[in-house]
Design a protein around this ligand. Structure first.
Ligand code: SF4
Length: 459
């Protein structure tokens, strides 16, 4: 008998990475149109969890209008002799993976950011109830994580109950995140790695340290440790730090070796505490993006939930595309909100002194972790909507990055002074960049303004 007997659609790894467009969806659960959404796993006693129990609180899929969007919550309670509370975060992260195994069912993101869609075709095949989805999840959880002896699942779609449980879930996430605060990377010999997102980004590996939370913001160093203990062959594994190569940038020989091995040589070096050079890879599940704004020589931050365009005119989705895919992109860095609370946050780039802009909601969430003297100097969408406005704000507030803007006066030849618009004649000039040489013969470069800056020390 098949493991998925009675399920009207196919279930398997091949469906991971499947995207469902709006016009193809039967319903949408959570996502950007819904304020309240969550997924939460709690470990309970063996006498509390009723194995196989499924509850739907609110309308079931078959009662939802085609094309509609709903607040949504998935609440999973598990029990087993070896199951500790520390495993909750890791079990919870598997909801993403297992939902995506279901043909025509898409799951994105995590925790309070989940976004699911059911394809019209799968609905047409009979996938019309959360009971069926819960059955798949229960079977996958018990077969893949053998330490789970009992599992019960509740789906919430009733808006009032989703909100109540959402508030509850936020408290649980906060308690989990707070646990690792105060610990230092220097105090441990072992970090943890995670390759769960390689199905979407094959060259991505998360390196989880006490002071660098996973990009998705759902797996802490403690979660990594608990997971690697009970499931050592699973996607979360130990990384021995090895030799410290650079304490400022956060380079360790053991991390480099692990990245090389897990990405099959695609990534050979990782600098944990910087957005430049060899930054930590970014998959696609990151909670936020740190993006460099060259005009002001500082970092902007934008989180997934920000619906406006950022200060450089680009929305989160475009910045996320420039960052994602398991790449190391100079100046584009996928991060979790919790990492922003870490003293190692962008340490090699100047930390908070290099951050110039972020949405007001993110600022509110992390303000207690910013140095007091910088908080008012960082703009939000309320103070700056364009780079010009940002420049003026940073100058007025005397943000530390302003110190780096000093311009060196250029000596201009008398004949050029006369010209209304400066034009630089270039009889023959060679520009070398990225292995190419471009030769300009008898070219004239027209510029409204010429700024020459002293080259900074190599980052
Ligand atoms: S973002 Fe990182 S830690 Fe989170 S699931 Fe993906 S690989 Fe694992």
């Amino acid at each position: 008998m098949s493991m998925f007997e009675g399920i009207p659609v196919d279930v398997g790894v091949i469906y991971e990475g499947e995207r469902i467009r709006r016009q193809d969806m039967h319903v949408e659960l959570g996502g950007p149109d819904q304020k309240t959404k969550f997924e939460l796993v709690r470990v309970k006693g063996l006498d509390v969890v009723e194995d196989g129990k499924i509850t739907v609180v609110g309308p079931d899929i078959k009662d939802m209008k085609e094309g509609s969007s709903h607040p949504f919550g998935i609440y999973v309670e598990v029990a087993g002799k070896g199951v500790e509370e520390e495993l909750e975060g890791v079990i919870e992260r598997r909801i993403h993976e297992y939902c995506n195994f279901i043909e025509g069912f898409m799951h994105l993101n995590q925790r309070y950011d989940i976004w699911l869609r059911l394809h019209k075709k799968s609905f047409g095949k009979g996938l019309n109830s959360f009971n069926l989805i819960a059955k798949v999840l229960q079977r996958l959880f018990k077969s893949e994580l053998s330490f789970i002896e009992k599992i019960q699942i509740t789906f919430f779609t009733d808006p009032k109950r989703v909100k109540e449980m959402y508030d509850e879930a936020l408290k649980v996430y906060e308690a989990r995140d707070a646990k690792a605060r105060g610990m230092k990377d220097e105090e441990v010999e072992t970090f943890y790695g995670c390759t769960l997102c390689q199905s979407f980004a094959p060259t991505h590996v998360c390196v989880i340290t006490p002071q660098r939370y996973s990009n998705c913001g759902s797996i802490s160093w403690f979660d990594g440790r608990a997971s690697a203990r009970v499931d050592p062959k699973g996607p979360v594994f130990e990384v021995q730090k090895g030799e410290l190569i650079d304490s400022e940038k956060g380079e360790f020989s053991g991390v480099n070796e692990a990245a090389k091995k897990k990405t099959l040589g695609a990534v050979n070096r990782v600098w944990l505490y910087t957005g430049f050079g060899y930054p930590h890879t970014s998959c696609g599940c990151f909670e936020a993006v740190a993006f460099y704004i060259p005009e002001v020589e500082g970092f902007g931050i934008v989180h997934r939930g920000f619906k406006e365009v950022t200060v450089n005119g680009l929305p989160f989705s475009t910045l996320a595309d420039s960052t994602a895919g398991g790449r190391q992109v100079d100046g584009f860095h996928g991060i979790s909100i919790e990492y922003m609370r870490s003293p190692k946050f962008l340490q090699a780039d100047g930390g908070w002194n290099r951050v110039v802009w972020m949405p007001a909601t993110v600022k509110e969430r992390v303000k207690d972790f910013m140095p007091k003297e910088i908080a008012d100097k960082i703009a939000t969408e309320n103070e700056a909507k364009t780079v010009d406005e940002l420049k003026a704000f940073l100058k007025a507030q005397e943000h530390p990055v302003v110190q780096t803007w000093k311009e060196i006066p250029v000596e201009v030849a008398p004949e050029m002074e006369e010209a209304a618009v400066p034009t630089i004649p270039l009889p023959t000039t060679a520009i070398a960049a990225g292995g190419f040489k471009i030769i300009l013969k008898n070219a004239k470069i027209h510029a409204e303004r010429l700024i020459i800056r002293r080259e900074k020390e190599k980052r």
